[in-house]
Structures are given as C-alpha cells and as structure tokens.
Design a protein. Structure first.
Length: 745
C-alpha cells in the first residue's frame, strides 16, 4: 500500500514537556500561531496565551521574529523594528514562555520586501521593471531573489536569531520573491540569466520562446537554491535539526505562479508547513483532504504536514480580526484531519475584541490529542489514481491553467467524492511507483505527458490497469510541445485530427450561449420504450447500451456545452456517446435541434484482451462538471471509473448526502474517515450550521492483516459488532454531524 516513503511506526503520544526536540519535525502534531502585528508589543498578554496553548494541547508554536518587521532588538541596522516595540524583546519573551511550557518554537520570517530606508541603502538589491523602476506593493519594495538580499542579508538574520534565541527551526511564507506574472530586469537577473543560459531575459510572456521557457526553469532552480542555502545556514548555525521549512500553499497553480516546485521541495524536506487557510466555493472543504493526499504522495506518509487553519474570517470577504463562523472553521479542520494533515490554529494579532474565535480550536485540538494514534502513521487504501503534474500546469496550462488543468482535475475529484470512491492524487512521475496499489489511472485533461510518463501509463494498462482519460491528454510532450497525435492514441482507440468543436470557457457565456448549447447523444436510443409523446419516428434499440451509460435509461441526450476534440476512430473502437451540435437557445421558440447527431465520437471505450479497460472522453465533461455541477456529468464520470476499475473498489457507503471518504491501513486495523459535506452553505462560504446526516450502510474490503471483529467510532465513541463475508466487513453508522472516524480491527 506504500505511497512514497513508508511509515516505520505510528507516532506515540508524548507530552509537550517530554518531547525530544531533536526530532521535533516527526513528533510535533499540534501547532499554534499568534501572528503578531506591529501594535502587539504593547498588548501581548503572554500569560493568557500560555493558558490557551495548554487548552489547545499544542506542542509547538510559530512566533514572528524578523524579516519585514523585527520583534526583537536586532543588531542589523536595516531590519525594521516593529513600530511599538520600544525596548521590549517580544520575540524573546514569547520564546522563553514557550520553552517553560516545553514547546517547540519556530521563528517566523516574512522576508521578500522591505520599507523604503532599506531600499535607499541598497537599491541594487531590489527587483526592477523593464523601465528600471522598482517593483512595489503598498509601502514595500520587493527584493530580488538573485540579489545579496537573499544571499547575504537574510542568512545574517537567520544566524542572529539562532545565536540569540536558539529556535528549533524557521518558517517563512513569503520566501520566493516575485511571482511568474512579473519579470525582474535588475542587473543581477540580467547577468545571472545570461551566465546560466547564454540568452537575454525574455521581453514578456511567450510560451513558445526558448528564452521564456528557460526563464521559467531558471526561476524554479533559483528558488530551490534559496531553499538549500537557508537550510545550510540554519543547520550550520543551529545544528542538524534546526530546519528552515518555508511555507507552501495548498494550490498547485499558486505554487507554479510562485516558482515553487512542490515535488523537489518535498524531496528535500522533513516536513511541509502548509499555508492553506480556507476553501473556495468552487472546490469546497474537500480541497483540504485532497491537498493532504497530494503532499503526502510527494513527501511520504511517514512525514507530518501541519496546516495553518485560520480562526479569522477569510476569504470573500476577508476580515482579519473578526471570528470565522465556527462551523466553517471546524469543517476545514476536520477535512484536513481526513487528509492526514495536522492542526495549527492561526490568529491575526494578539488581542481581539471578537472573542468567539477562541472557542473553535480547543475541543478539536483535544479530540486530536485523544485520537492521534489513529490520525498519523497510516497508509492510504485507494484503487483510483488521479494523475497530475506541476509541469502540466506550467507548460500545458500556460496562461489558462484554471480551465485547462485545475477544473478538469476538480471535476474528476468531485465525481469521485460524490460516488464515495477513495482516490489518490498521483504525480505523473510516480505512476510506476504507485501502480501496484491502483486499479485505475485517471488523466483529467493531462495534456502534457513526457515520453517516460507515457510509457508508465502503457505498462500500467498492459498489466491489467484501467484508464480513463479526457480532452487533450497526452497530446503534448516536454515543454508543452504539441505532438502530431495522442501519445496514447493506441490505448484510446482514437487519433487527434487537430480540430475541435466548442470551447472550454467562452469569453462571455451569457452572450455566447449559442456556441455552448450542445448535447451528447446516447446510443442506442431508448425513448421509444419510455413514456412520453410519440411521433412514430423514434429509432428502435437493436442492442443493449454499454454499462457506462447505466442510470440514463430514460434519456437519449445529456447536456454538454463544452469542448470536443474531433478524433478519428480505430476500426475496433466503440463510441456510446456522440455530439449533438449547438443550436439556438434564445428566444425559446428557436430552441430545437437542427442536427440530431453529428456522429462525432464523444466517448470511446475498449476492452483489449490481456490488458485493462480504457475509456477516452474527447469531451471536456470533467471541466463541465467542475464548472456547472450537473449531476448527469458526475454520474457519467463515476460510471466510467467504476467500469474501468472492473470491481476493484474496496469501499461501499450507502446513504444520503455528500460524503468525502478516506480509507487508511494501520498494521492490524483500518481507519475510515468520513466527512459530511451536506451542510447548507457548503458550496457558498461561510458555512452557517452543521446538519447531521445518516444512516449509512458501509462495506469495506479487509486486508489479510485485519480480522474485522469490531468497529469503533472515535467521534460518537461507540463500539459495535460487524459481519464479515468473503473478506468484506459490513456495518452501519447511525449519523454523522461533521465527521466520523471508524476503526475496524
């Protein structure tokens, strides 16, 4: 069941006073952060926060040290002291209090910009636009990632903090400099890029330009060099366990725009500090569980991933000092638990007039402490691998990664969650590594596959694995260079023609509704058998429908409204769906089909002897499901995955509502984490209340190491018998409020 490096043994419970800080990054399971403002030196009540640390059972805290603002009496003249710091050493006082409590301490940095006096002292250290003017954000000047600011100055800050306070490590959420949307033309960048590549800096965005592509890769490499330099500095000054961990976002597109190579960062990290504080309506709470699986798939399931969980209202709108509604904050936290993320409460400022925000974390943190043995040290069980890569985001997604990459991924993920099918995000370079645990690979418009990744998919299918792919999957190679045909055309049973119908997302959907008013025709057509008006021209069904169309017996059409890749089919290919071309939508008197069927394949399925089942969707149904949330789209996607899995899905959950299901294995037991996503407001933040859901009938396939005698619920705190037949354990759960964790042993 291994996904990355294996976990050697579950983390044992330790008190914060007994914790051996030598390997703090393996044992610190609960964190807290009071993000200090410049006003806080005159209002930080350390005694109260110490009591809150105890209430929330934290084992480590993250404390503002330096960077943009210093909260200690720095000897570095240009480091800006907090406006109200005076002669106080607030950072030192908080560190001392934390040490008395037996807590791990991370010194928080925020280090990519400065106030004007620093800029005036070293103007050549700062990022420049093409006309030579400095990049700014508000009152701050943005330092260049290639300048002595990062090479010389920041290491001095790190060494000073270590020498005076001996923190266990460092965090920094603004460590990577300018984003991809901005090109720096300072002297350091001009020279550095020419020395590295022999080329001049690109003049702007041009994904087909060798210089621009080289600039992208050069920037990624530079961020990794900064990561390595900071860790070299902290380890030399503070010892081998004094780690610089940065912070990284919970969004692959965001990581790409910041030149943060998640896979390479995880390969050189002992843990990931996840700066992923809240959901978006488009992805829901389940995005947190998904991100936990993404990171563990890169980092290994034997590593910890604490996540900043905001107790303040954010986003849309963001109110930094107002309390987030408790149901909203709670659901984000429990979905993180389900993805094997560790909790880290986060408050902005040390003093709040809205004190409701102090109530949310304590009961959840105490519950986490009580059941921590079941929440770490576990390996996922899932038979579906959802393929992704950051290179696909960059070089296929290019200037539109949301439509080309993110929405197809999320359409598939939402379909899997809705169908209660456990899945794992699988990096395209890890297909071979993870293949042994999977029944199906899903390529949600993964346009870019390298030759090695293509070969890994081929081997997977040749060994009996199923494949579901959509859109332009495998049509592009390294750097996003278009191929003449799909690299997996022989598996798809379909070949690219270079033509398409419709678009992923028109510029103005309201005014371009005609081009999106298209449908899919199901074959054979069954309406002659279903009650309704009769013209006498209804076709007769001469054969049975393909099983992937189960559940659609009362309709011959499905709404579409997206993009279709026009393909040429192999002789052996079967197309159970075809495209009905667009026709007028307005006025309603004109809304009738001009062309009943184009005959163009919208789905191609094949079952080759001695290999896995393959379904290829030339249509953007995954994108459409993410965008429009139509149940027909989700049902069809789930049907395709179940068919390709050919009975190899280890979980069945029957009951009402929307559940996110995460299944794990721990030696002689299974851990099933269920998250209730059926609350009012779940698709429009913030959530107002929690509503119980149930009952559920659950069946889980047991590994050989699990006997399956009892099932224990960690939230309801009940133990119940179960029945086992043919290695399937069956039991019931009466209800779930926000989440439930079931331990089957």
């Amino acid at each position: 069941m291994s996904m990355g490096r294996r976990w050697s043994s579950p983390v044992s419970a330790v008190s914060s006073t007994e914790m051996d800080r030598k390997d703090w990054y393996r044992t610190t399971l609960r964190w807290g952060q009071t993000n200090i403002t410049e006003l806080d030196p005159i209002r930080y009540d350390i005694g109260w926060w110490r009591s809150y640390w105890r209430q929330t059972r934290v084992q480590g805290i993250i404390v503002n040290a330096g960077g943009i603002v210093a909260y200690y009496p720095s000897a570095l003249e240009l480091q800006h002291r907090a406006a109200y710091l005076g002669d106080r050493d607030l950072f030192g006082e908080v560190v001392s209090a934390a040490r008395e409590e037996g807590l791990v301490v991370l010194a928080r940095m925020d280090s990519n910009r400065t106030y004007e006096p620093f800029y005036e002292a070293h103007p050549d250290w700062f990022a420049r636009m093409r006309d030579g003017s400095p990049y700014r954000t508000g009152p701050f000047y943005i330092a260049c990632i290639n300048s002595p600011y990062y090479e010389v100055y920041l290491p001095e800050v790190l060494r000073e903090v270590i020498e005076q306070y001996h923190p266990d490590g460092f965090a920094d959420n603004s460590w990577s400099g300018l984003s991809r949307d901005q090109i720096c033309y300072c002297d350091h960048c001009v020279k550095g890029f020419r020395d590295a590549t022999g080329m001049a800096l690109p003049g702007g965005v041009d994904w087909d330009s060798p210089a621009y592509r080289a600039w992208i890769r050069w920037n990624y490499d530079r961020r990794l060099a900064v990561w390595d330099l900071n860790n070299l500095t902290t380890r030399e000054a503070g010892g081998p366990d004094c780690l610089w961990i940065g912070m990284n976002s919970g969004d692959i597109v965001g990581q790409s725009r910041s030149f943060r190579d998640y896979r390479a960062i995880c390969e050189r990290s002992e843990m990931v500090l996840l700066d992923n504080q809240t959901r978006r309506d488009a992805t829901g709470f389940q995005a947190n569980g998904d991100m936990g699986k993404v990171i563990h798939g890169l980092l290994g399931w034997d590593r910890l991933v604490p996540e900043s969980m905001a107790m303040y209202q954010s986003p849309s709108p963001t109110f930094r000092v107002a309390s987030r509604p408790a149901p909203e904050a709670r659901m984000w936290m429990v979905e993180g638990f389900a993805g094997t993320i560790q909790p880290w409460w986060h408050h902005i400022g040390a003093y709040h007039e809205d004190r409701r925000q102090y109530r949310t974390a304590p009961p959840l943190m105490r519950w986490h402490e009580q059941h921590e043995a079941h929440l770490v040290g576990r390996l996922p069980i899932a038979s579906v691998g959802l393929v992704w890569s950051q290179e696909n985001v960059d070089f296929y997604g290019r200037d539109d990664p949301e439509n080309r990459v993110s929405l197809p991924y999320w359409g598939m993920a939402q379909a899997l969650i809705r169908a209660r099918i456990p899945y794992l995000p699988v990096h395209a370079d890890h297909i071979e590594r993870d293949a042994g645990t999977l029944a199906v690979l899903v390529l949600p418009n993964v346009g870019l596959l390298t030759d090695a990744q293509r070969d890994a998919v081929r081997r997977f299918v040749a060994q009996g694995g199923g494949l579901v792919a959509t859109g332009q999957s495998s049509l592009y190679g390294e750097w996003g260079k278009a191929r003449s045909d799909f690299a997996l055309a022989d598996l798809f049973g379909a070949h690219a023609t270079g033509e398409h119908a419709g678009e992923l997302s028109p510029a103005n959907l309201a005014w371009d509704a005609y081009s999106h008013h298209s449908y899919l025709r199901l074959h054979p057509e069954l309406r002659a058998r279903v009650a309704g008006p009769i013209t006498g021209e209804e076709p007769s069904a001469l054969s049975a429908r393909h099983p992937v169309l189960a559940g659609f017996e009362e309709t011959d059409i499905l709404p579409f409204g997206g993009r279709l890749e026009r393909v040429r089919l192999d002789a052996r290919s079967v197309a159970p769906l075809t495209l009905i071309p667009p026709f007028p939508i307005y006025p309603p008197e004109t809304a009738w089909m001009r062309e009943m069927d184009s005959g163009e394949a919208a789905l191609v399925v094949s079952e080759g002897e001695g290999q896995g089942r393959v379904a290829y969707l030339p249509t953007s149904l995954d994108h459409a499901f993410a965008r429009h949330n139509l149940p027909d789209h989700g049902d069809l996607l789930a049907n395709l995955i179940r068919w390709a899995a050919d009975g190899r899905i280890p979980l069945s959950v029957v009951g009402p509502g929307l559940l996110d299901c995460h299944l794990y294995h721990q030696e002689d037991r299974l851990v099933l984490h269920l998250v209730n996503l059926s609350h009012p407001g779940a698709w429009r933040a913030p959530l107002h209340e929690l509503v119980p859901l149930g009952p559920f009938e659950i069946a889980v396939q047991l590994p050989a190491s699990v006997e399956g005698r009892t099932v224990k619920t960690l939230v309801a705190e009940q133990t119940s018998p179960l029945t086992v037949e043919n290695r399937w354990a069956r039991f019931e759960v009466a209800w779930i409020v926000d989440h439930e964790v079931l331990v089957i042993a």
